[in-house]
Write a protein that binds this ligand. Sequence first.
Ligand code: SF4
Length: 205
Amino acid sequence: MEVRENPQLATCLIKDVVESHRGEREGIHQSDLNYCLLKAFYRKTAAEKKIDEKGELTKELGKAKHILFEHLRGHTYEARTSWNGISGTIDMLGKIPVELKTTRAFPNKNGVNEAYVEQLKTYCVMTGKNRACLIIIHVIPAIIKAYTLKFTNEEINAKAEELIRNRNLLLKAIENNDPRFLPAPRYDWECRYCEYNHICKGGNR
Ligand code: SF4
């Protein structure tokens, strides 16, 4: 018997997965407003994007997590939602929104990632709820952690205002083709993983 690695086949498979799922979303998506607005501007104005195949493949593998929960009744999977011209796709929508995340990291003793919290708060705004569920699948130690997040009315109202403000800022920048007044990224790590950092260079901020 002979076993030989076939790197060409592996490369073709990766390219196929990345190509078949490529394509930008139409309109304003919640993720455009919850992360760097300048990145959303580049995405909408068709600036040349640096394709990170490893990152794209990891993203697509993460989407496969839905298979684990398909038997759960009373939930709509990938529920398309829209609110004030902002769209979002909720992983599972039952009585409350549910977001599924996969990670290679161990559970964080300091609580849940702030970006997850902002995303779920956004889904609460979009669905008129004040509670949401976060399920994190920690792949390597094979642990599932589930959290219920409950927001106050003040937190929901503040998030709604922020979404409208960011939507308006982004639309204005696109209309005038001028991103100079867009704020700095919300998180320190965003520029490191940004597909536009080759042209933006951290917004020169
Ligand atoms: S490099 Fe940083 S500032 Fe520029 S678009 Fe990307 S995340 Fe935003």
